[in-house]
Design a protein around this ligand. Structure first.
Ligand code: SF4
Length: 70
């Protein structure tokens, strides 16, 4: 199955760590307290969406893969 495309805009991120809490394993905070994508397959697409929605500065991009199997 194709992986979702997940990105964090480092300029926008304020390090609130909502995404790290909501989608454990998918995001991590780096040394500068900015979120980075860790393993987007660690959580469901729903949790990725939740993280995206709960980011206070809308720094997270989540793109679901095309349904191309079969
Ligand atoms: S929720 Fe948004 S602002 Fe907070 S750490 Fe994640 S990307 Fe950064």
């Amino acid at each position: 199955m194709a992986e979702p495309r997940v990105e964090v805009d480092q300029e926008m991120c304020i390090g609130s760590s909502n995404c790290v809490e909501v989608a454990k394993g998918a995001f991590k905070l780096n040394d500068e307290d900015k979120a980075e994508v860790d393993d987007p397959t660690a959580v469901s697409i729903e949790d990725l969406r939740k993280a995206q929605e709960q980011c206070p500065v809308a720094a997270i991009l989540v793109e679901e893969p095309e349904e191309s199997d079969e």
